[in-house]
Design a protein around this ligand. Sequence first.
Ligand code: SF4
Length: 669
Amino acid sequence: MRYAETGFNLEIDLSRGNIERVETDPQETELYLGGLGTNAKIIWDRVPPEVDPFSPENLLIFSAGLLCGTPAIGCNRTIVSTISPQTRLMAFSMMGGFWAPELKYAGYDKVILRGKSPSLVYIWINNDKVEIRDASHLQGKGAVETADLIQKELKEPKAQVASIGLAGENRVYFASIEQGRSSASRLGIGAVMGDKNVKAIAVRGTKDINVARPVEYFELCNEVLQYIQFRNENPIPGVMTILQGLGSPQEMATHDEKWHTENFMWGNSRLRRKEFWNEDIEKAWTQTMENMRTRLISCYNCPMKCGATISPPGLPTYMMKCFSKLTYTMAAMADLDFGLRIAQQATEYGVDGFSTPQVMAFALELHENGILTDDDFPGMPEDNEGKFYWLLDRIVRREGIGDVLANGTYWAAKEIGKGAEEYAHNTIKKHEQLPLKLSMLNPIYFLMYATGEKINITQIEGQFPQAPWPTREEREEFVKDWIQVPDEKFKQYLLDWELRGEKSIPYYPTVDMCCDIVDWQERMHYIDDALGMCAGLSSFPLKPPYHIHNYPKFISAGAGIDMDEEKLTQAVKRYRTLVRANNIRRGMRRKDEAPPKDHWKKRFPELEKELLDTYYKFKGWNNDGIPTKESLHELGLDYVAEDFESRGIYAENGDTPSPETSAEKGKEV
Ligand code: SF4
């Protein structure tokens, strides 16, 4: 019997209209867990680097995490993987909500789409009955509207629908997939869905999921629930509001936006407004939020209520998530009312709330600087907010300049030329990043930015505090009940970390400590993404209920896989390396592993080199970021080494590990 997982994938060949229920190999679950882990293996096996993002051979995989559908609190993530049209690398984007548990209850762990449908369709998964249905009547409809129409058409209000809007249909490189109370937004996976001519996937399931040792499992779940209650009642002192508790990250409940509005950049990630937040703005924004926010809502089986339904006067209600509350407002230098209104339109169109505002502000910056002219913006309104609505519309329709902008700032700048590339300043691996520009290099964030392959900084950080508390007493207080650390040494790292002086950034934490910290943070995110756990209860906040010590118990009691911390760490290392292997095979190298040039004002090239050299070695990668034959062998990934050899990847720069470097050396810079 299979536990936690169903043991079946749904394979749909859209070109042929063929649907198959395929039994999976339980050994693959032991090696790669599920969700992102097994997705990475499938992409490795079936999507070689010759396959372009918009090729019929590209796969689009919707995977429920390994523990989704079990009673584990907050375990509801769908991990969507494909090859990104924007980065041309493996993309994996998460959506919360209700879709993944519903898929499990219908009897499947993954839906794997291949080929291309000759016309627009949607897929209806109703337990064992799976149909490809005509969606011509849904062409051009909004993502939320589509979900409503499909539920009505199927007479199934409980069907969970993942859908794309016009942006996905038109293959906008930053198109999202929207699902009820969440979305998978990053890296243009909605464009791949549109390219496959799939408007939506609706799913309804009424079966059970087996848990290996139910009594033990329920006890673990109860402990998590009790911890959530404890943390809610005992917020962490001395950190910004959104880091005090749990969730992802409670943006809808809080009205204190001082930190975001004064530290994140406005416009095209250019302008910091240090004195922005004042009493009048707080009053006005609180009123706007309270007038439009109709209720706080949670994802499946979670008490946290991170999302909210927003009902702007005269517009349909939509679901607002996370930081998209501010991205449009800040890009347009407008107020919250504008941001909440345009986000309704953007959600219907199905676009990423981080990339889209930046792309629009980038276009206006090019216009202001004469690189684009009035001829590129025929009919654009004069007023600032009107310009943003106009641009959004052109982009999702790929009309005129919108067709160029729809490829994101990196590709648009290349196409526009005339110096436009200088203005596309906020990308990593060709993808728009958080609009943050800071002063002093932070070595931990440098490594996360440079080497992260999720290519989304908000989902790499967590666990280790972003900055030290000013006094040792405060730090001592914090480490007292810091049970989440995988090793006691992390407590000492924090205790000795100071805001200023010898033990402060950029030389403290030391290079070796930074490697440990980044590796721990990344490990937690990758575990979440295989199990289907929300980062808001695990890898993102400080002191979360899920951590490296109780996760093996969840996997053992839930999935019946004999698991301990060491085995779990090894499994994560295996599929994390496989994600990298997919990208190395697609040409990603050290040259691509760089934060935006202007992310920090004060840079330290020698230290940055040492950080990367040391981290590569720590991870078992050679000097160019390629996993070595030896490290692949240790992980049971000899097949990757053989593929690299046959493609001549090692011949480029040998299979030598990154040379040992000392943390002390950086101090001489
Ligand atoms: S913590 Fe928030 S985002 Fe995460 S599952 Fe719960 S409600 Fe959803």
